[in-house]
Design a protein around this ligand. Structure first.
Ligand SMILES: Nc1nc2c(ncn2[C@@H]2O[C@H](COP(=O)(O)OP(=O)(O)O)[C@@H](O)[C@H]2O)c(=O)[nH]1
Ligand SMILES: [Mg+2]
Length: 221
């Protein structure tokens, strides 16, 4: 069983895209379950997933990458016992950062070592709203890109080439070696590639100190 997590600010298209990924995995004969993590009361993402027939569990009361890290293990264990999926897709809150998610998943993998493997963490970058986000939540968006195993520049159906070039450059500057993909749930672009890495790719297990150093260098702290 694999645990595949994504990050990306609220509205970057995670739920919509993951539904397409789940359908793609189903068509390959793989069984998929999802975990959605929300801090609010009514979980819209869960409803969306379930409308599409995807078995979904919810973690609430805080973000998996920090406050409720430990809950992930319990939820994954429950999913394993009730659904036996091949892949668990995890959509955390929009403010989750890859490092925290990796740490949470690493703990879970430790508890079920022969059963569970961690897939690369895919960060969604909203090509349509990137300028607004960089004005308002720059540090969060940059962290999500810096710490990602793979970046999906999403909603490419809605932007022109100039903007796409600009977003690509920005991502490359922050994380020169990251695997880069372009996506659109409207056209299906990128769905197969992301499904592939979720099934076959490996999460980069980087030295946590090194990751912190990279981050500090950028912000000079
Ligand atoms: N143009 C375009 N809009 C998209 C795409 N994917 C999602 N959206 C829209 O972006 C909004 C947020 O999508 P959602 O999947 O809920 O984002 P999440 O908050 O990251 O889970 C919705 O209004 C979607 O219709 C896409 O590929 N292209
Ligand atoms: Mg969502």
């Amino acid at each position: 069983m694999r645990i595949a997590q994504v990050t990306g600010f609220l509205g970057s298209g995670k739920t919509t895209f993951l539904i397409e990924v789940a359908k793609e995995l189903n068509s390959r004969g793989l069984k998929v379950a999802t975990i959605v993590n929300d801090v609010g009361h009514i979980n819209v993402d869960r409803k969306c997933m379930e409308i599409h027939g995807i078995d979904t569990m919810e973690i609430s009361g805080g973000c998996i990458c920090c406050e409720v890290q430990g809950t992930l293990t319990t939820t994954v264990t429950n999913i394993y016992m009730s659904f036996h999926p091949d892949v668990i897709l995890v959509e955390p809150t929009g403010v989750a950062i890859p490092l925290g998610l990796k740490m949470a998943a690493a703990e879970t993998v430790k508890k079920m070592p022969k059963i569970l493997e961690q897939s690369p963490i895919v960060t969604f970058v909203d090509a349509l709203r990137i300028d607004k986000l960089m004005n308002n939540v720059r540090r969060l968006v940059e962290t999500q890109i810096i710490e990602a195993d793979a970046v999906l520049i999403n909603k490419v159906d809605a932007v022109d080439e100039d903007r796409l070039d600009r977003v690509t450059k920005m991502v490359r500057e922050l994380n020169p070696e990251v695997q880069l993909y372009y996506g659109s749930s409207r056209t299906g672009k990128g769905v197969k590639e992301i499904a592939d890495i979720m099934v076959n790719g490996t999460a980069v297990i980087y030295d946590l100190n090194d990751a912190e150093k990279r981050f500090d260098r950028k912000y000079g702290e």
